[in-house]
Design a protein around this ligand. Structure first.
Ligand code: ATP
Ligand code: MG
Length: 313
């Protein structure tokens, strides 16, 4: 099947920061394309380009094989691209049905809103997705995070989205709520949409994904179809195999599992760990291996302890 949306050698620079380099990927109808990557990998930048918030600086974005440059989110929406942002998906103080029709209100005559029709359609559409919210007058703020995501997904489908982008929809959710959202990801796929599912979590991705793309420092490091990849491989790729081995060597020296009795640590005796070439790992390693009395390893560093911040005392 040909792609609805594709990126071809897309690059994006913010001044001299290259957030994306030479990124190519395809999103097909009726498939879930998972985009995974660590912090700073370029996931949000990629969404912003596709949803019309930012312009790419090189390469091309193609919709139905035609190059496009969305000048605004409204333009992307008008072309069937819906983006569900984690926190900004809905207006919290407005009711469920008002949110559902926000920006697309139905009118009766010239000046009056057709409230009855909006409530009826909202209930029917949520019902089709199996979302049960007994009182549609409730403010969205009173819904759980998972329910909010589901309302936003149902809305995008009803208003004719062809591609739906979900920005880390399960990041702040527990296991049960994540399950609810993942079910609706599948429903959006079954409704024939092309779904782009952004996540840090390979387990969530593998539950629903047809196609997996891993970004690292703005580049695609893996692009594979489900039948080319096991969950174990995806997890290993996400963890960054080499980095994990290095971390495991380093932490082995820190004696994981050791229990430090508070009384056995003399105040001021905690040495800053020397993490060869890896300043970022010093914090967690220090916190796990050398607990200060009162468990203040991290707080001590934040508080400017000479020894923990590495400076001589
Ligand atoms: N507006 C901006 N101006 C300058 N640099 C930016 C801007 N937005 C992002 N960057 C940089 O681009 C890179 C990619 O950032 P991006 O937010 O896309 O990553 P991400 O994969 O979404 O990370 P996270 O998982 O933390 O949300 C980072 O180095 C970031 O600092
Ligand atoms: Mg991001």
């Amino acid at each position: 099947m040909s792609a609805i949306l594709s990126l071809s050698h897309v690059g994006k620079s913010y001044g001299n920061v290259h957030a994306l380099r030479d990124v190519s990927l395809s999103v097909r109808q009726g498939e879930v394309t998972c985009v995974l990557g660590d912090n700073g990998a370029g996931k949000s930048t990629l969404i912003k380009i596709v949803s019309g918030l930012h312009a790419h600086t090189s390469g091309s974005v193609l919709l139905d094989d035609v190059p496009v440059h969305f000048g605004s989110p409204r333009e992307a929406q008008a072309n069937g691209i819906a983006t569900v942002y984690q926190d900004l998906a809905l207006a919290p103080l407005m009711s469920v049905w008002r949110n559902f029709f926000l920006g697309n209100e139905l009118q009766r005559g010239l000046f009056r809103l057709d409230i009855a029709a909006m409530k009826r359609i909202c209930a029917a559409e949520l019902g089709k997705m199996g979302i049960v919210i007994p009182d549609l007058e409730r403010p969205v703020a009173s819904l759980s995070g998972g329910q909010r995501q589901c309302v936003a997904i149902a809305r995008a489908i009803y208003f004719g989205a062809r591609v739906i982008i979900l920005d880390e929809p399960t990041a702040a959710l527990g296991v049960k709520q994540s399950g609810v959202v993942l079910r609706y990801v599948v429903k959006a796929r079954d409704a024939g949409l092309g779904v782009i599912f952004i996540t840090h979590n390979p387990h969530h991705a593998y539950l629903v994904g047809n196609h997996f793309v891993i970004l690292k420092l703005g580049r695609v490091v893996l692009d594979a179809h489900r039948d080319e990849l096991t969950l174990e491989q995806l997890t290993a790729e996400m963890a960054g195999g080499d980095e994990l081995t290095e971390l495991s060597h380093e932490l082995r020296g820190a004696d994981p599992g050791k229990v430090v009795e508070p009384a056995s640590v003399a105040p001021g005796s905690v040495e800053a760990p020397v993490a060869a070439g890896s300043a970022g790992l010093a914090g967690p390693a220090a916190a796990g291996a050398t607990a200060e009395p009162g468990g203040a390893g991290g707080a001590g560093a934040a508080g400017g302890s000479d020894r923990l911040d590495g400076s001589a005392s």
